[in-house]
Design a protein around this ligand. Sequence first.
Ligand code: HEM
Length: 361
Amino acid sequence: MIYTRDVDNIKTILSAPSSQSVLGSSRGANFKPVAGDGLFTADGKVWEHYRASARPYFTQARQASFIETLETLIQQRLRLLPVHNDGWTEPIDLQSFFLDLTLDASMENLFCQSYSPQLSGTEKGGHLPDRSAFAASLDAAASFVGDRTILGKMYWMKQSRDFYGHCKTIRRFIDHHINGVHDPCASPSQDEEDLKSSVPSNNQYHPTELRNRIQPLLFTGRNPSGGLLAIIFFFLQKDLSIYGKLRNEICATFGPNGNITLIKLATCQYLQFCILESLRLGNVVPAIMRSAEKDLVLPHGGGSDKQSPVLVPRGSTIIVCIQGLHLRKDLWGEDAASFVPERWHSRPWDWSFIPFSKGRR
Ligand code: HEM
């Protein structure tokens, strides 16, 4: 197993054609029960298919309407918090708050229906799992899968009856929501020709095909986004001067009525800096795994000074240490471990910063 936080190595690994470097199969099978049998766990042609089928969910128009959805859901959730006479609420667990919020928002985005937080936990359709049960199972199963990841290819050695129970809850919840749904967001593209047999001509997707599309997006739409929001607030509460500066800029940009648009979000510079710095230090995804399908040469790691090329034999597992890269003092300065949003004033987005793997989002 090879661990690297070397910029040139990372560039080589993440830029290598999929014939040379593909996702480790252990991650595919390990994550499948939680993230589904699609974009997050597939390789090659199947991955390309699901990648193409995810595009309609992220058009600019949908991003704009997603902002409205998110704002409505945030306001609904804030109104649910009991407020004391002095105007303050009880302390709340922000991580749960944000994960509930991003679950509702993802469901609205994917199922094109409204999911009011007031109804969460009350929507028991007889024996069906509700949103809280689904979220609890998702957390339990994701944590179990995280533990198994440490075992690499031997992940299957860790087993538990509870885990399979949670996976069943996850599948039943998603199947309930997509069952027989005409997917209003999907428009088959050229890339989908290969899998046309699974897409009936009336655009009524097979439930399994739809689950494969939606499950990874539901998982990733809830967990990393909710996690990042909690991380941002973790850093802000540690330094109230940064919090104050950000609050002032947000009030100045969006005004009292909070008219939030994509353009205004992009121009709210200090907000962007705080998000980037939280992505750098918080490391929502601290490492990613690849497996060499063929022999591969990495630029660094060989020789006595480790600066010569090194051979990575076929079958090797490679771990790209995002967290390690983001904390390198030679790349980020002596204050690499400190939360300093201002550093982004003069910082290009290059290979020393890979919170989303290759490239921006
Ligand atoms: C703070 C937010 C997020 C972070 C830091 C993040 C980070 C990442 C990283 C590092 C990977 C690469 C994993 C690998 O190559 O092994 C990844 C993959 C993925 N992410 Fe995210 N992500 C975030 C939000 C989202 C959201 C909101 C969605 C969709 C709703 C999403 C969908 C996906 C999918 C489907 C993949 C796997 C497919 C692929 O290889 O392109 N992510 N994400």
